[in-house]
Design a protein around this ligand. Structure first.
Ligand code: TYM
Length: 338
């Protein structure tokens, strides 16, 4: 059994929201804190992925630093985890290219995220957006990831990464890549929008009212929950009765995830109550959970030079860790690299 190697990434676009936090980042932190002997964790800002759609260079420059600060504020410790931004490490783009030659058009044609993001304008989408999942495969295979903690929306991409790794190993007759295991959050696999229970909470939703950002102040959080879409009936005593009430179910699940409990526990307390009682309680719990993160973030953002230093340091360690696998991949392909 190889040692645990955790790898995961987040796009530095917009603010980190409650979906990212409960679906992925809180798990990153917990896995970092519980690393077994010999284990290691690599967490990165996927800035090369961020340019696959419309890009504002001035915003991206600041966003990488801010997202790194938010991750640190949320509990990622750059001395225990390797924290870096993808663009500093050419090996990601290099392995991405090599794997483009292993991945099949038919596999990528099945990716639902490409279909969602390209929408009705497939012909006008960038080639980068189409090849996005191959770069994502490179991100994890480069480090011999064993476990990749993600939200449910990334599961298909990780399954593709496994297929690419298996085909590459098989085509060239060598175990160059470890097959990574996606770990989807059990308590918050898919946090939904506060405005629409059928859409996921997302950084790219044009309405800021659809999500709670980790940077939101208490008043903003209270207002977002007050205005969150719901239905009229009071809360039931059984989670099964929320099945066809997507907005109510989302809020109950959010409460449960925030307090690390189950929907049944939440309903045991709130059954028979309306949203006039439940929403302020949920807002309060969210505000208290995010309060220390916001406070740490403000301190960190006061010293941007220190964040940049930490990112450069992380990139150095990541580049060294990536080197042997990249070399091996070039070699088995018959390419001269060095
Ligand atoms: P991104 O930036 O969209 O999201 C970062 C992480 O947050 C999870 N997530 C959610 N979980 C629950 N509910 C939600 N509403 C929600 N929204 C987002 C995502 O599943 C993800 O785990 N392609 C990736 C970034 C990436 C990556 C990688 C991830 C690039 N390379 C390699 C893992 C491994 C993305 O766009 O995530």
């Amino acid at each position: 059994m190889s040692a645990q190697r955790i790898v995961s990434g987040i796009q530095p676009t917009g603010d980190l929201h409650l979906g990212n936090y409960l679906g992925a980042i809180r798990r990153w932190v917990r896995m970092q804190d519980a690393l077994p002997p010999g284990g290691s964790a690599f967490y990165f800002l996927a800035d090369l992925h961020a340019i696959t759609v419309q890009n504002d260079p001035a915003k991206l420059r600041g966003a990488v630093r801010e997202m790194a600060a938010t991750l640190i504020a949320a509990g990622i410790d750059p001395t225990r985890s390797t924290l870096f931004n993808q663009a500093r490490i050419p090996a990601h783009a290099e392995l991405g290219w090599l794997l483009n030659c292993t991945a099949r058009m038919g596999w990528l044609n099945r990716m639902t995220q490409f279909k969602e993001k390209s929408g009705k304008d497939r012909e006008g989408a960038s080639v980068g957006l189409f090849a996005y999942p191959v770069l994502q495969a490179a991100d994890v295979l480069l480090y011999q990831a064993t476990h990749v903690p993600v939200g449910e929306d990334q599961k298909q991409h990780l399954e593709l990464a496994r297929d690419i790794a298996a085909k590459f190993n098989n085509d060239f007759g060598e175990e160059v890549f470890t097959l990574p295991e996606p770990l989807v959050s059990e308590e918050a696999p898919r946090v939904m929008s506060l405005r629409d229970g059928s859409a996921k909470m997302s950084k790219s939703d044009p309405s800021d009212m659809s999500r709670v950002n980790l940077t939101d102040d208490p008043d903003a959080i209270a207002q977002k929950f007050r205005k969150a879409r719901t239905d009229a009936p009071p809360l039931p005593d059984d989670p099964a009765l929320l099945e066809d009430r997507p907005e109510a179910r989302n809020l109950v699940r959010l409460y449960a995830a925030l307090e690390d409990g189950s929907a049944s526990d939440v309903l045991a307390r709130f059954a028979g109550q309306g949203f006039g009682v439940f929403k302020p309680a949920l807002a309060e719990l969210t505000i208290e959970t995010l309060r220390p993160i916001r406070a740490r973030l403000q301190t960190l953002l006061a010293d941007p030079g220190e964040i940049d230093r930490q990112l450069r340091d992380g990139a150095e360690r990541a580049a060294a860790a990536a080197e042997p696998t990249l070399n091996r991949a070039y070699q088995v392909l018959g390419l001269h690299r060095r």
